[in-house]
Design a protein around this ligand. Structure first.
Ligand code: ADP
Ligand code: ZN
Length: 210
C-alpha cells in the first residue's frame, strides 16, 4: 500500500505518520525530515534547503522531486510507503504521478486558528521525533517516550509559521481537489482530541482498503 499524507503544518501529520507506518509496515518518507538530516550533516542539499526552510518557503521542486524519486527506488519501498510532506504543490503531484502508484491520500483537515499556537509551542524529540506542546510539558525538557532531548524547530516561530501557512493555502491545499478528482482522497478532521482518536478513524478507513 502506497499512501500520501496531506495536511497543513501543525495538523498532526508527523504523529499520524508514525502510527500509520507502524501499523501497516510502511516506510515513512518525510521530505522535511530528509532536509533536516541534510542540514544537520552539512550537505550541499542541506545548505540549499536551509535558506528556504528558514523563511517558510518551499525548497525548489527540482531538488525535492529528485530526492523523492531516488528514495522511492530503495529496496525497502517495495513493502509500501507513506509520503509525509510530499507532494506539496501540483507540479510535485504531477511528477509523482509518473514515478509512483498511489493507493490513497489521507487528508487531515484542521481549523487554521489552532495552528499558530500549536506550532509555536511545539517541542520535538531529537531522538525519536515525537512532538509535544509546551503547555503540557510542565517544564520538562526530555521525551516521555525515549528520554531524548526536546528542542524547538527553528521554523516554529511566528513569522516563519505565518509564511508556511500561506504557502500551504496557496500551493498545497489545491491538492485536496486534485486527489479528490482522482478518487483517492480520504478526509479526516484533526481536533484537539488525543492523536489516538484520529488514528482510530484513519485505521478504520485504511483497513477497508487493504
Ligand atoms: P511542516 O509540515 O510542519 O511545515 P515539514 O517537516 O513537512 O513541516 O517541512 C518543513 C519545511 O521543509 C517546509 O516548510 C519546506 O520548506 C520544506 N519542505 C518539506 N517538504 C517539502 C516539499 N515537498 N517541497 C518543498 N519543500 C518542502
Ligand atoms: Zn523521544
Amino acid at each position: 500500500m502506497n499512501l500520501i499524507l496531506l495536511g497543513a503544518p501543525g495538523a498532526g501529520k508527523g504523529t499520524q505518520a508514525t502510527k500509520i507506518a507502524d501499523r501497516y509496515g510502511l516506510v515513512h518518507i518525510s521530505t522535511g525530515d530528509i532536509f533536516r538530516a541534510n542540514i544537520k550533516n552539512g550537505t550541499k542539499i542541506g545548505l540549499l534547503a536551509k535558506s528556504y526552510i528558514d523563511k517558510g518557503e518551499l525548497v525548489p521542486d527540482e531538488v525535492t522531486c529528485e530526492i523523492v524519486k531516488d528514495r522511492l527506488t530503495w529496496e525497502d519501498c517495495k513493502k509500501g510507503y507513506l509520503l509525509d510532506g510530499f507532494p506539496r504543490n501540483t507540479f510535485q503531484a504531477d511528477y509523482l504521478d509518473k514515478c509512483a502508484k498511489i493507493d490513497a491520500v489521507v487528508n487531515i483537515n484542521i481549523d487554521f486558528s489552532l495552528l499558530m499556537d500549536r506550532l509555536c509551542g511545539r517541542r520535538v524529540c531529537k531522538e525519536c521525533g515525537e512532538s509535544y506542546h509546551v503547555s503540557t510539558l510542565g517544564g520538562k525538557t526530555d521525551c516521555a517516550r525515549c528520554g531524548g532531548e526536546l528542542y524547538q524547530r527553528k521554523d516554529d516561530n511566528p513569522e516563519t509559521v505565518k509564511s508556511r501557512l500561506d504557502v500551504y493555502e496557496a500551493q498545497t491545499a489545491p491538492l485536496i481537489d486534485y486527489y479528490t478528482k482522482k478518487g483517492l482522497i480520504l478526509n479526516f478532521t484533526g481536533t484537539e482530541a488525543p492523536a489516538e482518536v484520529l488514528f482510530e478513524e484513519i485505521k478504520a478507513k485504511l483497513d477497508e482498503l487493504k
